[in-house]
Design a protein around this ligand. Structure first.
Ligand SMILES: NC(=O)c1ccc[n+]([C@@H]2O[C@H](COP(=O)([O-])OP(=O)(O)OC[C@H]3O[C@@H](n4cnc5c(N)ncnc54)[C@H](O)[C@@H]3O)[C@@H](O)[C@H]2O)c1
Length: 408
């Protein structure tokens, strides 16, 4: 029997749980090392390994990452740390001949993205990026219909994504609120959506024009929701605030964040209307693609409900995807000159619409999911470049060519 793959997980927060649990279930993998600045969060993941009947992993601080790769004879690194820290871990692993699985986005700015791409090319190493939305059965159905020519040549896409005042607000409570950590929602969140469109259309983004604003969260707006506190825990002003996250009410939140604060001052429950927000919450983007198609895209992070709508206009008709999270999904094909046809498939509710277990099986078992494949480094950079160009367009007020951002 082949030896289990010696695996390290870097960044042992919330998302890493998917990988800790998934790796622990698979005999073909051995989690030998965890790397994070916070020992309380690493201990949480070690308890997960023990609960799954596996041995605990050695704990390493980020400053000793290169040494960890060598001493632990790491063969696979899973990178699930804060977005802006990914590049360092990816590149050192690739240079050490170690395979990398990284959470999206691969990084947060153009300089780091170019450096990652160049390192992949120089080393010939393996970098897979967990763009899980591709594995959602609803999204695969849309891709199949488009690939089958159901609406002919796709000329344009109209895409609206709504984050509600619970999930959307979450990006304004913690590290994402600082653009230097997350790249803003154009990078952190919309790269999922831009990846879907690249993949749905088989197209690459060419030019991007965008406008973004912080319209709702942050200290400015006079909408009357703001309360006077810095973080919710221990603040009476947060007691009846619908925007407040109460860490003490949830065992995992308590273990991963509240009990870990003493080491690094990472507050998971900041006031979304307090100063220090440098990301946008309302973003409008116009993209042109190398196929000649265009997309109008809008992301809002303060909606009453969570969901998305994607409309594809083609030479043979129109395809409409409507999703209201947890309640409603429809895929409607409207061919020219004939009645609409319903192509709705069941919307799974767990793990990002059923995407998480499937992306894990693809990443760890090499399992084939019909109609979806794992994003490689170039595809991940293509998913990122629209958001990077949009961020530049926010700053300059001008259209931005993706070729001026990244050499893909
Ligand atoms: N694909 C998806 O659907 C999905 C969903 C959620 C999160 N994610 C991604 O997963 C990653 C982690 O997000 P999260 O929600 O778990 O955040 P989190 O805050 O829960 O965890 C981040 C972890 O990174 C650690 N960290 C901070 N600085 C570090 C450094 N310099 N080196 C190593 N570790 C460091 C923190 O201590 C923390 O344990 C992000 O890249 C995020 O974009 C992806």
């Amino acid at each position: 029997m082949p030896q289990a793959v010696r695996t390290a997980i870097v960044g042992t927060g919330h998302r890493a749980q998917l990988f800790t649990e998934g790796l622990a279930k698979r005999d073909g993998y051995d989690v030998v090392a965890l790397c994070d600045p916070n020992s309380v969060r690493m201990a949480f993941h070690n308890r997960m390994l023990l609960a799954a009947g596996r041995r605990t992993a050695h704990l390493w601080p980020p400053a000793r990452y290169d040494e960890m790769l060598r001493v632990e004879r790491v063969e696979l690194v899973v990178v699930t740390s804060v977005d802006a820290t990914h590049d360092r871990y990816i590149e050192a692993a690739l240079r050490a001949g170690v395979r990398v699985i990284c959470e999206k986005p691969i990084t947060t700015d153009a300089v780091k993205a170019q450096s990652i791409l160049d390192t992949v090319r120089e080393t010939g190493g393996s970098l897979s990026v967990a763009y899980n939305y591709r594995f959602n059965p609803v999204h695969r159905r849309v891709r199949q219909l488009l690939a089958d020519g159901a609406i002919g040549t796709v000329h344009s896409v109209h895409f609206e994504w709504m984050l509600d005042v619970s999930h959307g607000a979450d990006y304004f409570r913690r590290w994402h609120r600082d653009k230097s950590n997350s790249g803003g929602l154009m990078v952190h969140k919309a790269s999922h959506h831009f990846d879907l469109v690249n993949w749905w259309l088989g197209a690459e983004p060419h030019t991007v024009y965008a406008r973004g604003q912080l319209a709702f969260y942050g200290p400015g707006p006079e909408h009357g929701y703001a309360r006077d506190y810095v973080r919710a825990h221990g603040s009476s002003a947060a007691d009846d605030d619908p925007f407040a996250l109460q860490l003490a009410d949830n065992a995992t939140m308590r273990d991963l964040y509240l009990d870990a604060e003493g080491e690094d001052g990472y507050y998971r429950d900041r006031n979304v209307f307090a100063p220090g927000v440098s990301i946008e919450d309302d973003m409008a983007v116009l993209v042109s693609y190398d196929t000649g198609a265009t997309m109008t895209y809008h992301l809002t992070a303060y909606s009453p409900a969570e969901g998305y709508r994607v409309m594809f206009n083609g030479s043979g008709g129109r395809l409409e995807l409507n999703v209201e999270e947890s309640t409603f999904t429809s895929i409607t094909l409207r061919p020219l000159w004939s009645e609409p046809v319903d192509h709705t498939v069941d919307h799974e509710h767990e793990g990002h619409g059923g995407a998480d277990p499937r992306v894990l099986a693809a990443l760890l078992d090499g399992e084939q999911t019909e109609g979806a494949e794992v994003a490689d480094a170039r595809q991940a950079a293509l998913a990122l470049v629209t958001g990077l160009a949009a961020n530049r367009s926010f700053e300059t007020g001008l259209p931005v060519r993706t070729a001026d951002i990244l050499k893909l």
